[in-house]
Design a protein around this ligand. Sequence first.
Ligand SMILES: Cc1cc2nc3c(=O)[nH]c(=O)nc-3n(C[C@H](O)[C@H](O)[C@H](O)COP(=O)(O)O)c2cc1C
Length: 317
Amino acid sequence: MIELFPSKLLLGPMAGVTDYAFRRLLREMGLEYGVSEMISAKGLCYGNDKTADYARAHSSDHPLALQLFGSDPQFMLRAALYLEKHYIYEVLDINMGCPVKKVVRNGDGSALMKDIKLAMEIVSKLVENTSKPVSVKFRSGISEDSKNCVAFAKAMEKAGASMVVVHGRTANQMYSGRANWDDIGRVKDALQIPVVGSGDITSLEEGLDKIKHYGVDAIMIARALRGNPFLVRDYKKYFTEGTQPETVSLEERFSTMRTHLKYLIEEMGEANGTASFRKHGLWYMRDFPGSAKLRDRLSHLQNAQELDVILSSVVDR
Ligand SMILES: Cc1cc2nc3c(=O)[nH]c(=O)nc-3n(C[C@H](O)[C@H](O)[C@H](O)COP(=O)(O)O)c2cc1C
């Protein structure tokens, strides 16, 4: 059983973005269900330390799904058993949706949607031989004329998956066009296990609309959280207190940026943490009027003191 919490919002995993530090921050905003960046099963089995780092989580970062990718059932099982032994998490998620070339050329990620039998073998092996519930994240299909998300979802359910997450784009679309929520709705109608929908949700209103119209058990948000972790709080507050979103003050935006950088530095050290923060800094200030110069300074940020200087120059202006 996978428990979906009141806010009906799952964090959409983003490699290079939803790392240890960002998830820690999102938990403070009220995130109830986190998902790690994707973790290579082979990388784990070969003892790659950098790969194993993706499985680490702050003590507040639970319930958490660790997401594995790979297509060799034996490696997947070994990797899952390794995770069980060394890390704390609640759900094992399998990535069968990644469309990136270097992943699919090995038969991993969305390439598994072409081989339902192998995908089922992976899921049933993990369900039978490990102790955590298994979820599967995939897309509408590979291409517009070979959409197979309903058949694929049913196969995952049959193989023992406890939940599926469907991103309503085909692998060939990558991130272009719009997510097709009718595909997600069809999967929901065909399954008994919880179905989570992913794609293009940027506000509380849009998420509520999708839950209502497509009957999904929860929604997942990825890109819209970049520079806007406050959206998580909108969901939490709506579902627990019935309140509508409030505008985020500049002071809060800035203090959140400082905290985000602090967590990154704690995790990665000053140089790497600051380098990793630069993109987030730009996302936080994306809609700030007349901020070209500010964004330029953020994109060259060197340390936490400099962030203080940059942000106080905005307040003083
Ligand atoms: C930069 C980036 C990295 C991503 N990395 C992953 C990943 O590691 N695992 C995964 O299942 N999905 C990954 N996704 C897909 C998202 O989780 C999500 O399904 C997709 O972006 C659609 O949702 P959105 O419109 O809310 O962003 C990634 C997306 C982006 C933009």
